[in-house]
Design a protein around this ligand. Structure first.
Ligand code: GLN
Length: 209
Protein backbone atom coordinates (compact mmCIF):
# COMPACT_ATOMS: atom_id res chain seq x y z
CA UNK A 1 0.00 0.00 0.00
CA UNK A 2 1.36 3.44 -0.93
CA UNK A 3 0.18 6.31 1.21
CA UNK A 4 0.88 9.80 -0.03
CA UNK A 5 1.39 12.80 2.23
CA UNK A 6 1.04 16.22 0.69
CA UNK A 7 4.62 17.20 1.37
CA UNK A 8 5.16 20.93 1.08
CA UNK A 9 4.62 22.32 4.53
CA UNK A 10 3.29 21.35 7.95
CA UNK A 11 3.69 18.25 10.08
CA UNK A 12 4.67 15.95 7.26
CA UNK A 13 7.51 14.26 9.15
CA UNK A 14 5.22 13.43 12.07
CA UNK A 15 2.85 11.49 9.81
CA UNK A 16 5.81 9.68 8.23
CA UNK A 17 7.18 8.75 11.67
CA UNK A 18 3.87 7.40 12.89
CA UNK A 19 3.45 5.26 9.79
CA UNK A 20 7.04 4.01 10.07
CA UNK A 21 6.31 3.00 13.65
CA UNK A 22 3.16 1.19 12.56
CA UNK A 23 5.24 -0.72 10.04
CA UNK A 24 7.71 -1.70 12.76
CA UNK A 25 5.31 -2.48 15.55
CA UNK A 26 2.19 -3.69 13.80
CA UNK A 27 3.85 -5.22 10.73
CA UNK A 28 2.03 -2.95 8.37
CA UNK A 29 3.62 -2.82 4.93
CA UNK A 30 3.05 0.75 3.99
CA UNK A 31 5.21 2.87 1.73
CA UNK A 32 5.06 6.62 2.15
CA UNK A 33 5.38 8.97 -0.75
CA UNK A 34 5.75 12.71 -0.27
CA UNK A 35 3.33 14.10 -2.81
CA UNK A 36 4.53 17.30 -4.45
CA UNK A 37 3.59 16.61 -8.05
CA UNK A 38 0.71 15.27 -10.09
CA UNK A 39 2.95 12.31 -11.00
CA UNK A 40 3.45 11.43 -7.33
CA UNK A 41 -0.26 11.73 -6.71
CA UNK A 42 -0.95 9.16 -9.43
CA UNK A 43 1.16 6.61 -7.53
CA UNK A 44 -0.71 6.57 -4.23
CA UNK A 45 -3.74 4.65 -3.05
CA UNK A 46 -4.51 6.97 -0.15
CA UNK A 47 -3.61 10.59 0.63
CA UNK A 48 -2.99 12.49 3.86
CA UNK A 49 -3.24 16.28 3.84
CA UNK A 50 -1.37 17.34 6.98
CA UNK A 51 -1.86 20.15 9.43
CA UNK A 52 0.17 23.27 8.93
CA UNK A 53 -0.78 26.53 7.34
CA UNK A 54 -3.68 26.09 4.97
CA UNK A 55 -2.99 29.30 3.03
CA UNK A 56 0.56 28.11 2.28
CA UNK A 57 -0.42 24.55 1.41
CA UNK A 58 -3.21 25.90 -0.80
CA UNK A 59 -0.85 28.20 -2.68
CA UNK A 60 1.64 25.41 -3.33
CA UNK A 61 -0.83 22.72 -4.41
CA UNK A 62 -2.30 25.29 -6.77
CA UNK A 63 1.08 26.26 -8.18
CA UNK A 64 2.16 22.65 -8.81
CA UNK A 65 -1.12 21.63 -10.45
CA UNK A 66 -2.17 19.41 -7.57
CA UNK A 67 -5.29 21.33 -6.62
CA UNK A 68 -7.30 20.18 -9.65
CA UNK A 69 -5.68 16.72 -9.71
CA UNK A 70 -6.51 16.13 -6.04
CA UNK A 71 -10.09 17.28 -6.50
CA UNK A 72 -10.50 14.88 -9.42
CA UNK A 73 -8.93 11.86 -7.73
CA UNK A 74 -10.78 12.39 -4.45
CA UNK A 75 -14.00 12.71 -6.45
CA UNK A 76 -13.17 9.39 -8.10
CA UNK A 77 -12.84 7.70 -4.70
CA UNK A 78 -9.23 8.17 -3.57
CA UNK A 79 -9.26 7.79 0.24
CA UNK A 80 -8.12 11.03 1.88
CA UNK A 81 -7.49 12.09 5.47
CA UNK A 82 -7.28 15.82 6.17
CA UNK A 83 -6.00 16.87 9.60
CA UNK A 84 -6.52 20.45 10.77
CA UNK A 85 -5.23 22.60 7.86
CA UNK A 86 -5.84 19.48 5.76
CA UNK A 87 -9.48 19.46 6.88
CA UNK A 88 -9.77 23.14 5.95
CA UNK A 89 -8.56 22.30 2.45
CA UNK A 90 -11.16 19.56 1.85
CA UNK A 91 -14.10 21.51 3.31
CA UNK A 92 -16.72 23.65 1.57
CA UNK A 93 -15.59 27.02 0.32
CA UNK A 94 -14.67 29.69 2.84
CA UNK A 95 -15.93 33.08 1.72
CA UNK A 96 -13.52 36.00 1.73
CA UNK A 97 -10.48 33.94 2.74
CA UNK A 98 -7.03 33.67 1.21
CA UNK A 99 -7.46 29.92 1.00
CA UNK A 100 -9.59 28.22 -1.64
CA UNK A 101 -10.79 24.79 -0.69
CA UNK A 102 -11.28 21.56 -2.63
CA UNK A 103 -14.95 21.54 -1.66
CA UNK A 104 -15.22 17.75 -1.38
CA UNK A 105 -16.50 17.36 2.20
CA UNK A 106 -19.86 18.78 3.26
CA UNK A 107 -18.68 20.83 6.25
CA UNK A 108 -18.08 24.54 6.72
CA UNK A 109 -15.20 25.45 8.98
CA UNK A 110 -14.01 28.57 10.74
CA UNK A 111 -10.23 28.83 10.79
CA UNK A 112 -8.24 29.49 13.97
CA UNK A 113 -11.48 29.32 15.90
CA UNK A 114 -10.00 28.74 19.37
CA UNK A 115 -7.70 31.76 19.29
CA UNK A 116 -3.96 32.10 18.95
CA UNK A 117 -1.16 29.51 18.96
CA UNK A 118 -0.90 29.79 22.76
CA UNK A 119 -4.53 28.78 23.14
CA UNK A 120 -3.75 25.35 21.69
CA UNK A 121 -4.72 22.46 23.95
CA UNK A 122 -4.97 18.69 24.43
CA UNK A 123 -8.24 17.11 25.49
CA UNK A 124 -9.72 13.67 25.69
CA UNK A 125 -12.39 12.90 23.11
CA UNK A 126 -14.47 9.83 22.45
CA UNK A 127 -14.17 8.52 18.89
CA UNK A 128 -16.82 6.15 17.61
CA UNK A 129 -15.29 2.74 16.97
CA UNK A 130 -12.00 3.75 18.65
CA UNK A 131 -12.90 5.02 22.13
CA UNK A 132 -11.07 7.53 24.26
CA UNK A 133 -8.35 9.46 22.40
CA UNK A 134 -6.02 12.31 23.44
CA UNK A 135 -6.66 14.93 20.80
CA UNK A 136 -4.15 17.73 20.16
CA UNK A 137 -5.75 20.95 18.92
CA UNK A 138 -3.34 23.56 17.50
CA UNK A 139 -4.96 26.75 16.23
CA UNK A 140 -7.67 24.38 15.18
CA UNK A 141 -10.64 25.15 12.97
CA UNK A 142 -14.19 24.61 14.21
CA UNK A 143 -16.74 22.77 12.11
CA UNK A 144 -19.59 25.28 12.21
CA UNK A 145 -21.98 23.51 9.85
CA UNK A 146 -22.08 19.93 8.71
CA UNK A 147 -24.28 18.22 6.20
CA UNK A 148 -24.36 14.67 5.02
CA UNK A 149 -21.38 13.35 6.98
CA UNK A 150 -20.90 10.77 9.71
CA UNK A 151 -19.85 12.48 12.94
CA UNK A 152 -17.28 10.22 14.63
CA UNK A 153 -16.31 12.52 17.51
CA UNK A 154 -17.36 15.80 19.06
CA UNK A 155 -15.75 18.30 21.40
CA UNK A 156 -17.70 21.09 23.05
CA UNK A 157 -20.76 20.26 20.96
CA UNK A 158 -19.03 20.56 17.57
CA UNK A 159 -17.83 17.68 15.42
CA UNK A 160 -14.05 17.23 15.47
CA UNK A 161 -13.88 14.09 13.34
CA UNK A 162 -16.20 13.33 10.44
CA UNK A 163 -16.32 10.88 7.58
CA UNK A 164 -18.08 10.81 4.27
CA UNK A 165 -17.27 7.62 2.35
CA UNK A 166 -13.63 7.86 1.26
CA UNK A 167 -13.08 11.19 3.03
CA UNK A 168 -11.99 11.57 6.67
CA UNK A 169 -11.65 15.01 8.26
CA UNK A 170 -10.23 15.88 11.69
CA UNK A 171 -9.77 19.22 13.40
CA UNK A 172 -7.02 17.74 15.61
CA UNK A 173 -3.59 16.11 15.07
CA UNK A 174 -3.41 12.33 15.60
CA UNK A 175 0.15 12.36 14.22
CA UNK A 176 1.31 14.32 17.27
CA UNK A 177 0.44 11.51 19.66
CA UNK A 178 1.97 8.06 19.90
CA UNK A 179 -1.45 6.59 19.26
CA UNK A 180 -1.82 5.03 15.79
CA UNK A 181 -5.53 4.19 15.97
CA UNK A 182 -6.79 7.00 13.74
CA UNK A 183 -4.15 6.13 11.13
CA UNK A 184 -5.21 2.48 11.47
CA UNK A 185 -8.78 3.52 10.70
CA UNK A 186 -7.58 5.40 7.63
CA UNK A 187 -5.57 2.38 6.46
CA UNK A 188 -8.66 0.24 6.87
CA UNK A 189 -10.53 2.74 4.68
CA UNK A 190 -7.87 2.33 2.01
CA UNK A 191 -7.84 -1.44 2.41
CA UNK A 192 -11.57 -1.93 2.04
CA UNK A 193 -11.99 -1.21 -1.63
CA UNK A 194 -9.48 1.62 -1.57
CA UNK A 195 -8.83 3.41 -4.79
CA UNK A 196 -6.16 1.51 -6.75
CA UNK A 197 -2.89 3.28 -7.34
CA UNK A 198 -1.52 3.35 -10.84
CA UNK A 199 1.92 2.37 -9.61
CA UNK A 200 3.60 -0.32 -11.67
CA UNK A 201 6.50 -0.92 -9.31
CA UNK A 202 7.28 -1.16 -5.63
CA UNK A 203 8.04 2.14 -4.00
CA UNK A 204 10.64 2.34 -1.25
CA UNK A 205 9.69 3.70 2.16
CA UNK A 206 10.13 7.35 1.29
CA UNK A 207 10.50 8.61 -2.21
CA UNK A 208 10.38 12.02 -3.78
CA UNK A 209 8.91 12.06 -7.28
N1 GLN B 1 -4.40 27.71 11.61
C1 GLN B 1 -4.11 26.84 10.55
C2 GLN B 1 -4.79 27.25 9.26
O1 GLN B 1 -5.79 27.91 9.27
C3 GLN B 1 -4.44 25.40 10.85
C4 GLN B 1 -3.69 24.94 12.06
C5 GLN B 1 -3.13 23.57 11.99
O2 GLN B 1 -3.15 22.89 10.96
N2 GLN B 1 -2.59 23.14 13.08
O3 GLN B 1 -4.28 26.90 8.25
Amino acid sequence: MNIGIVGYQGDVAEHVELIERMNDEYKREVSVLLVRSVKALSLVSGLIIPGGESTTIYRLIKEFGLFDAMKTRIGEGLPVMGTCAGLILISREIPGERVRTLNVLDVNVKRNAYGRQGDSFVDEIDIEGIGSFNAVFIRAPIIERWGNVLVLAKHGGSPVMVRDGNILGLTFHPELTEDPRVHELFMDMIGSGGYPSTATRDIPMIEYV
